[in-house]
Design a protein around this ligand. Sequence first.
Ligand code: ASP
Length: 532
Amino acid sequence: MIFVDLRDRTGVLQLVIDPQKFPEAGSLGLQDCLYAAGVLKERPDGQKNPKMVTGGVEMHVERFELLAKSKVPPFVVESDVKASEELRLRYRYLDLRRAPVQKSIIFRHKVISAMREYLNGYDFIEIETPILTRSMPEGARDYLVPSRLYPGKFYALAQSPQMYKQLLMVAGFERYYQIARCMRDEDPRHDRQPEHTQIDIEMSFVDEDDVFGLTEGMFVHIVKTVLNQELKIPFPRLPYEQSIRRYGTDKPDLRFGMEIINVKEALEEKDFPPFRDKGEIRGLMIDEGGGISRKRLDEINEQAKNAGLIGVFWAKREEKYSGSIAKLLDENTAAKLRFERGNLLIVTAGDDKVFPFLGQLRNELAAELNLHEPGFRFLWVTDFPIFEVDEKTGRLVPSHHIFTQPQAEDLKYLEKEPLTVHGRLYDLVCNGNELASGSIRNHNRQLQEKLFAIAGMAKKKYTMLLDALEYGAPPHGGIAPGIDRIVMILAGLKSLRDVIAFPKTTTAQGLLEGIPDAVSPEQLRELKIKFD
Ligand code: ASP
């Protein structure tokens, strides 16, 4: 008898084939494609495989056909794959045959179906918008597409449907969504894809509460549908400035505590020279500080210096205090800092740079000490400044995008002190990841033009929106949750590439397609493109 593990989309079944009846079954290879029909029987005792879902049965084959032979695959197609990711991406169609990858792609389909189901239930209309559009930098660099019919002119691949969805509101559709592909030519970074997918949403006559309510309901529905788990709503809301001061980041991970603490007041009268004249003296109080070695503390000190700070100082409380600031601690300071036995205090001092440094350290230590509670901790981060200074150019740029409405009470500062103006801007964060961004938009041309002027952006490129705003545009706003990241987090996976059927590498290459690639001289001639 020949035993064959036959796989289809639903799993694996053992076939029992009689070589007398089907001699060709004797030369079957891994990954051959075959047809089999027969009788499903319970396996005899002793031959059952409890590790296999179908391990209690087997099919005795009565009809058999070899449909296609497979070459020896370049790697063994198995759940626990050993091949490098490069090789797997080169042969992605084989990699996609592996059960865990199939599972995550099917899971993605379920998440997207749940999104559609939910939004359709609220009378949203799914509308496609152009991929080929005009170059309108929305924050990232555009991918440009040369025009053959109009040599020297270019289309751009849409960075998002932002302007079109606003035009759909002007057009009176009121509730729109789209599973939208967004293409951005950004510098490669771990877990960034040159093209990503959003569930792009826009609504008329709404304010922040409406957008939050709808989005929360959608996540409740998704998580219930795909994981059968309940989410608690409403999600907490945290203004941006508080988020930075308490967690050192605008995407705080709330699966653990360890907030950044202000040490200044407690240690003020100690006159410790390194802390003298420092604007901020902040630290982390770590409950399970015992798990952090001396060597790690030295490393943290180096990390702080690399971040442009003075380094870190620390104290441990056991029988007594130990560490570089042990001498600053007594009953009084310990009480102020809630410094308990077993705790470790790490402190740094300087300017606002202390916050991102401690925020990053907070995340690292939580991972090292396994502090994450299971489950999903969502929150809204709100009240972002509408503008920020671009580090590279020193110029004022929109912190989300230029279509965001400034908060009414800050409008008077818009021209004189634009950096102090908050936007009607929000991010949805889950477990330390930004899952969505959105805003309430400008439906008034003059205000929108003023924002372009402040950011030094040529309003000419945006004429189509500006003109439309003069024809009775309704107030509107929206949000765009990133589907790749949502699926990755809900599936408990670590890489975006695991939830995209044909992903690019971290260096923006398609190994399967062999892209980017050169094109023929004829193609370039047609486009009238010459290289020096
Ligand atoms: N278009 C925005 C983005 O892609 C999302 C939004 O503001 O709705 O980030």
